[in-house]
Design a binder for this molecule. Structure first.
Ligand code: ADP
Ligand code: MG
Length: 265
């Protein structure tokens, strides 16, 4: 239903990992859709110049005139860049081509780490804001971490999953220490799990040994429907709501909500 009960202050979650192709965008889109489906007013902020989250939610390149770049740079108010998606309870601030330039423009601004926080800090009317980060630990990702309450880290179940994770954890710690004391790792989500491949199991076990309870029980399987959905401009939950990938993302959303309740208590 549309009867969302909206919190005063949204929970802002950055979906981050400096590796490309690990499932950040897929997780952002489908977690957002699953949260919206259970009545949570959700906003996706596409901070990746590649704009895959925008495309995946059906926002064409000709519909990105006012976008995340302009919000980030303080050129326009956040509200002016928010679009309704065609999914109830789900809105989006699309990516724009100028975001690539932002990496070099931001350092020249005052308090460069705080641009996004200043732009979206007083957002209201949403339960969740999910920020899809680019595959780098540059200024865009730093800005996302500074503006967020928590970070969600997708890890692909492949041999090099944990490689580079130290750099990410260090960046999160540095942001915590210097700019955003309450930033927390909301959780680690294992993606592209292949049950026919022993390596997937080994990697999943290693990640659980390393991160313990931070790892969600839900594991996102490698699922062809997930990879097909973006070309239809739809989250997999709308493309094929019965497939294993959709079920996994619904389950992840329920786990996220459970954790949120626990940390609020
Ligand atoms: P990132 O945003 O981290 O670069 P994406 O979410 O774009 O990663 O995923 C990379 C590619 O893998 C995309 O083509 C996406 O459709 C595909 N993909 C993501 N998750 C899955 C999955 N669970 N099963 C199959 N394909 C997936
Ligand atoms: Mg992406």
């Amino acid at each position: 239903t549309d009867q969302a009960t909206v919190q005063e202050i949204p929970r802002i979650i950055a979906v981050a990992n400096q590796k490309g192709g690990v499932g950040k965008t897929t997780t952002t889109i489908n977690l957002a859709t699953a949260l919206a489906a259970v009545g949570k007013k959700t906003l996706v902020l596409d901070l990746d110049p590649q704009g895959n989250a925008s495309t995946g939610l059906g926002v064409g390149h000709d519909q990105r005139e006012r976008n995340a770049y302009h919000v980030l740079m303080g050129d326009i108010e956040m509200d002016q860049a928010i679009q309704d998606s065609n999914i109830p309870n789900l809105s989006i601030i699309p990516s724009g081509p100028d975001l690539a330039a932002a990496e070099i423009e931001i350092p020249e601004l005052d308090r460069p780490q705080f641009c996004l926080r200043e732009a979206i800090g007083d957002v209201s009317g949403y339960d969740y804001v999910l920020i899809d980060c680019p595959p780098a630990l540059g200024m865009l990702t730093i800005n996302a971490l500074v503006a967020s309450n928590a970070v969600m880290v997708p890890l692909q179940c492949e041999f090099f999953a944990l490689e580079g994770i130290t750099a990410l954890v260090k960046t999160i710690e540095r942001v915590k220490k210097n700019f955003n004391a309450t930033l927390d790792i909301q959780g680690i989500v294992l993606t592209m799990f292949d049950k026919r491949n022993n390596l997937s199991d080994m990697v999943a076990n290693d990640v659980r040994d390393f991160f313990g309870e931070k790892v969600y029980e839900t594991v996102i399987p490698r699922n062809v429907r997930i990879s097909e959905a973006p070309s239809h401009g739809k989250p997999v939950l709308l493309y094929d709501h019965n497939c294993a990938g959709s079920k996994a993302y619904l389950h992840l959303a329920s786990e996220v909500l459970k954790r949120e309740n626990r940390s609020a208590a």
